[in-house]
Design a protein around this ligand. Structure first.
Ligand SMILES: [Zn+2]
Length: 256
């Protein structure tokens, strides 16, 4: 059963001690991943990981937390990185009004710049949103159609509808397994199968059984099985569908 974790941060320091063995374990268990950049440094690291590992794809972008560090020079280097053969998406980018680590107007401007960059390069986007839903939807509608995925989606059925109407995919991660997330489990029932992706956001957001521990891409299997249970489908069938969805969106097929 091949799986593609559509959102991981294997370059982060939490993997410093055992990165090589996690990557090897992923290869042997047929788990691929998109390693997602959050700033220039991690975007470079993503491209490097993808160059060295055929089961890793790279995304390059600036997280809303780091929007204040964005500049024309940063954008230029991102564009350069995104020309790499296995760089498949712009991201993660978006809005985070929960932690507000960059001013909100700066976040919105940098978000728009990256949506335009994605359009120019004909790449999908990997989107981050927290506590900024109305503004997030407004920016996306104003900027016009772009392919991509709303990562770690945690909204209800009406928010899912808005994402689908924007033509975007929905990334489902560990929070699907949290007892309090009944609205998310309900929302997931209504999402067309061809718009679903699975992810971990490793090292963050571990599934319920691993709360408080470091997450890793192998645990995407737990997300998949929770999702299969909710959709009343055989896990291997759903695995194949989400694998194909990811390959279609990112256009590069990972290999093991
Ligand atoms: Zn992330």
């Amino acid at each position: 059963m091949k799986l593609l974790d559509s959102h991981a941060h294997l370059d982060f320091p939490q993997f410093k001690e055992d990165r090589a063995s996690v990557l090897e374990e992923m290869r042997s268990q047929q788990v691929a991943a998109v390693n997602v950049g959050a700033d220039l440094r991690s975007s470079r690291a993503s491209v490097e990981l993808a160059r060295e590992n055929l089961h890793i794809l790279a995304a390059c972008g600036v997280h809303p937390h780091d929007a204040k560090g964005f500049s024309p020079q940063v954008e230029e280097e991102l564009e350069e990185l995104l020309r790499a053969e296995r760089a498949v998406a712009v991201g993660e980018c978006g809005l985070d009004f929960y932690r507000d680590l960059s001013p909100r107007d700066v976040q919105a401007r940098v978000f728009r710049s990256q949506l335009r960059l994605a359009r120019r390069l004909e790449l999908p986007v990997i989107l981050h949103e927290r506590a900024a839903w109305p503004e997030f939807v407004r920016v996306l509608s104003e900027e016009g159609p772009v392919g991509g995925v709303v990562h770690a989606f945690s909204g209800d059925a009406s928010a899912a509808r808005q994402v689908l109407d924007l033509g975007l995919h929905i990334g489902i991660g560990g929070p699907l397994t949290y007892p309090k997330n009944a609205a998310l489990r309900e929302a997931v029932r209504s999402i067309p199968l061809e718009r679903l992706l699975v992810e971990t956001d490793a090292p963050y957001l571990p599934p319920q059984a691993f709360r408080g521990k470091r997450n890793d891409p192998l645990k995407v299997r737990l997300v998949l099985s929770e999702l299969a249970g909710i959709r009343r489908m055989p896990p291997d069938e759903l695995a194949e569908i989400t694998w194909n969805n990811a390959c279609r969106l990112f256009t590069v097929r990972p290999r093991f």
